[in-house]
Ligand binder design. Structure first.
Ligand code: F6P
Length: 353
């Protein structure tokens, strides 16, 4: 078969590992030929492509980014955008398309499938928020980067008696914040799923200081919200991308100012931003991404179109794309209990002291 591959949305460590696995298994086991469409859906709208073969995927397993490059192009927002995607695939005689992306990219894949395109999805996002799969690749790498950063911030916070607010990615969900917060031993973890009362955060920090812990680490997801006084998340600019997402960022500064004002303790910020998305994938992500690439090529040959490779309890399965893109997978109660179970209970301590 002749198979197209594209990577869309924010980049993510492990994209190259998926491409490599799909091309290798396709070439060795099925005698497939490949075309790489460049810069996400833009490659199909504007007919930008490169040839993909064993030579072009050699050595890319540990490399971050994506050899196909990426963009947040939404064909559904362009005149005839979806039709142009289909025309480009016809022009290249593509039998099936593998779309590697998060909910935005895969929502376009779903629309094209509804128009008859033979498409298979692979779940990618550091945010880990795609429904129907236990883990997306890239998430583990991001968590490891953040955990290392928190460890480093810990020693300097302790040395200076400071409160450090670490801002991490996570637009709609707090998976990165909660995993890295637990792994890094944060004192406060704030996630989009649970708007927070800033006075309770300040009270907790005051309490720690009162009992001789003169520093605190606060991990906050960029999409976390104040329970009162502010509408929605803190944004860097009102500008929205083609999928309608505002550019988030800046909550750490707003929060740090509030905490310093309420506690009197010196409070500094670290915004990790794209450091979380760059660089080489962890071993876990390399293996997961490889499994997804292998799964996707098998799905193409089994005729499992309109579906996405997914991980359930360490088994690779396929689920309908429509299911994966219907909702965001939010941090569940068990993880919240795990995080908040090891954190101190502000009200209880307030009574006790
Ligand atoms: O969707 C992944 C993600 O990293 C989000 O956590 C973040 O809000 C967004 O992408 C940032 O995207 P960009 O790099 O396009 O600004």
């Amino acid at each position: 078969m002749k198979i197209g591959i594209l990577t869309g949305g924010g980049d993510c460590p492990g994209l190259n590992a998926v491409i490599r696995a799909a091309v290798r298994k396709g070439s060795f086991h099925y005698d497939d030929k490949f075309v790489g469409f460049l810069e996400g859906w833009r490659g199909l709208v504007e007919d930008k492509s490169m040839s993909l073969d064993l030579e072009s995927v050699a050595g890319i397993l540990p490399r971050g980014g994506t050899i196909l490059r990426t963009s947040r192009t939404n064909p559904a927002k362009k005149p005839d955008g979806l039709d142009r995607c289909i025309q480009t695939l016809k022009k290249h005689n593509i039998d099936a398309l593998i779309a590697i992306g998060g909910d935005d990219t895969l929502s376009v894949a779903t629309k094209l499938y509804d128009r008859g395109l033979k498409v298979v999805g692979v779940p990618k996002t550091i945010d880990n928020d795609l429904a129907g799969t236990d883990f997306t690749f890239g998430f583990d790498t991001a968590v490891n980067v953040v955990t290392e950063a928190i460890d480093r911030v810990h020693t300097t916070a302790e040395a200076h008696n400071r409160v450090m607010v670490v801002e991490v990615m996570g637009r709609e969900v707090g998976w990165i914040a909660i995993y890295s917060g637990i792994a890094g031993g944060a004192d406060v973890i704030l996630i989009p799923e649970q708007p927070f009362d800033v006075e309770k955060v300040a009270a907790k920090i005051r309490m720690r200081h009162a009992r001789g812990r003169y520093f605190s680490i606060v991990v906050v997801a960029e999409g976390a919200r104040f329970a009162a006084g502010k509408d929605g998340p803190v944004v860097q600019s009102g500008e929205k991308d083609e999928f309608g997402h505002a550019r988030l960022g800046g909550i750490a500064n707003t929060l740090a100012q509030e905490l310093e004002r309420r506690t009197g303790f010196e409070t500094r910020t670290v915004v990790l931003g794209h450091i979380q998305r760059g660089g080489s994938p962890t071993a876990f992500d390399r293996v997961l991404a490889t499994r997804y690439g292998l799964g996707a090529i098998d799905m193409v040959h089994n005729g499992e179109f309109g579906k996405m490779a997914a991980l359930r309890g360490n088994k690779l399965i396929s689920i309908p794309l429509a299911e994966a893109t219907a909702t965001n997978r939010r941090v569940d109660q068990e993880m919240m209990d795990a995080a908040f179970g090891i954190l101190e209970d502000v009200e209880k301590e307030a009574v006790a002291s």
